[in-house]
Ligand binder design. Structure first.
Ligand code: CA
Length: 232
């Protein structure tokens, strides 16, 4: 899954430039032209990062930032503020409101991409890299391959997506509903027990030696990928 970036910016030429450069770097780009739209797209699409213009129509970037931080589903999304104003007080206000970083226009694409990678790496390390490893499980998202203890693991598309989600948050317990949202999307109707079926398949595929199950079932809570599992 490519990391998705929401570009909340009303200058069309800048949006085009950002889209071109971000897509070339392998990101999926979502766009919003004003503050209201930015909140809507952020809530619906749950982007991995938001590039947020300070001066937006409808709602200012600062207000958007504040509201994103105030909502459960977008509370932790990394935010980089973009602004034409380079005053120190604005910078501090932006960071106070909960932005993770700040860029003053005009900025170079090289700098923007570097900052973006740095924020993603800091906040969601697994998003910035093609290869993610947890314990002896290794997932290469560029090659679409999974290995456990060096041995190739063959997964169906749903099991692959499940693992991709779990491996980004090792140790964390996800409810069936959260996994449904993350893997199937919130607009698809799937029964909760479907999650159990696919987790069962993933578990079986990963448990190559039949001795060490990396997926923990938390009764009445959900599932987690153990963060320190080694086969055998
Ligand atoms: Ca603007």
């Amino acid at each position: 899954m490519k990391p998705s970036i929401l570009v909340a910016e009303d200058e069309g030429a800048l949006v085009t430039l950002l889209r071109y450069n971000l897509e070339r770097e392998g990101y999926r780009v979502l766009a919003a032209q004003d503050g209201e739209e930015a909140l809507l797209v952020a809530a619906e699409e749950k982007p991995d990062l938001v590039l947020l213009d300070w001066m937006l129509p409808q709602l200012s970037g600062i207000e958007v930032c504040r509201r994103l931080r105030g909502r459960q589903e977008t509370r932790n999304v990394p935010i980089i503020m973009l602004t034409a104003r380079g005053e120190e007080s604005d910078r501090i206000r932006g960071l106070d409101t909960g932005a993770d970083d700040y860029l003053t226009k005009p900025f170079s694409m090289t700098e923007l991409l570097a900052r973006l990678r740095a924020v993603l790496r800091r906040i969601r390390p697994s998003l910035a890299e093609d290869v993610v490893a947890v314990g002896d499980i290794e997932m290469d998202r560029a090659a679409h391959r999974v290995r456990r203890a060096g041995k190739e693991v063959h997964l169906g598309p749903t099991e692959y997506k499940l693992l991709e989600h779990l491996i980004q948050h090792p140790g964390r317990v996800f409810s069936r509903e959260q996994l449904l949202d993350a893997v199937w999307g919130s607009d698809v109707y799937v029964e909760a027990r479907t999650v159990d079926v696919h987790v069962g398949r993933l578990r079986k595929a990963l448990n190559i030696e039949g001795v060490n199950d990396p997926i923990r079932t938390v009764r009445s809570a959900g599932y987690a990928l153990e963060d320190n599992v080694v086969a055998g």
